[in-house]
Design a protein around this ligand. Structure first.
Ligand SMILES: [Fe+2]
Ligand SMILES: [Fe+2]
Length: 231
């Protein structure tokens, strides 16, 4: 494994979490929906914990958490740009509802990077030497489920808030909240069911098949995560 690049990943992950704390601070200020505001407040607190988890990883692996790399600086600049976009939307946007949509998209941008960082940390952990393997596995296990929630649930919020703003049928809070979606497979299933629901309203026709309309049990595990963990 490329040790320098593994360290780069950890530095970028730490910077992503540091930026994430700021992103959530701004996103909460933009949130109009009470449920969404509470959700982002919770994610912000979890992101602060993730900073500590990665500081601990740095300490245990003998890395300097203050070390700057070119890639880390880019991550910081991108985080700042997301905060700036939300501040601009709040101060000069067409409406507070518009600022909320901007914030949802900014959170998705930040969480897409955050989620991928942890997926990669999980992959590194599988192949790392004994000491690093234990440190990275413990960190990954502590954070991974929360990262799934941050990304997939916010994607649901963004989609449903956009639908609502368009005057189209929307489900708020989004199905991702109700189902506690925590995998790409569960998210794909929600999307498929949402498409089926909307289509049936707009174009009357044959009923959807039983399988497509059957609700997924709350908290059920998607196969992709099970597969990912077994690799
Ligand atoms: Fe995080
Ligand atoms: Fe996150």
């Amino acid at each position: 494994m490329n040790k320098t690049q593994v360290e780069e990943l950890i530095y970028q992950a730490l910077e992503t979490e540091l930026g994430g704390v700021q992103v959530y601070r701004s996103a909460v200020a933009c949130a109009q929906n009470d449920d969404l505001k509470k959700e982002w407040q919770k994610y912000g607190r979890q992101t602060q914990e993730h900073v500590l988890v990665l500081m601990n990883v740095c300490e245990k692996l003998g890395m300097d958490p203050e070390k700057q790399t070119a890639g880390r600086r880019i991550v910081r600049e991108k985080g700042k740009s997301l905060v700036a976009a939300m501040e601009k939307a709040l101060s000069a946007g067409p409406s507070l509802a518009a600022a909320q949509l901007v914030a949802a998209e900014c959170v998705i941008d930040a969480e897409t990077k955050d989620h991928m960082n942890w997926e990669l940390i999980g992959e590194v952990a599988k192949k790392a030497p004994a000491n690093a393997k234990q440190v990275l596995t413990e960190a990954y296990d502590a954070v991974e489920d929360e990262e799934d929630e941050h990304l997939y649930h916010t994607q649901g919020w963004a989609r449903e808030l956009w639908l609502d703003s368009l005057g189209l049928p929307a489900v708020l809070p989004p199905p991702e909240e109700e189902r506690d979606v925590k995998s790409a497979m569960e998210e794909a299933q929600v999307m498929q069911e949402r498409k089926g629901k909307d289509t049936s309203k707009e174009r009357p026709g044959p009923a959807k098949s039983a399988d497509k309309s059957k609700p997924m049990p709350r908290g059920s595990n998607g196969g992709d995560k099970a597969r990912r963990r077994s690799v």
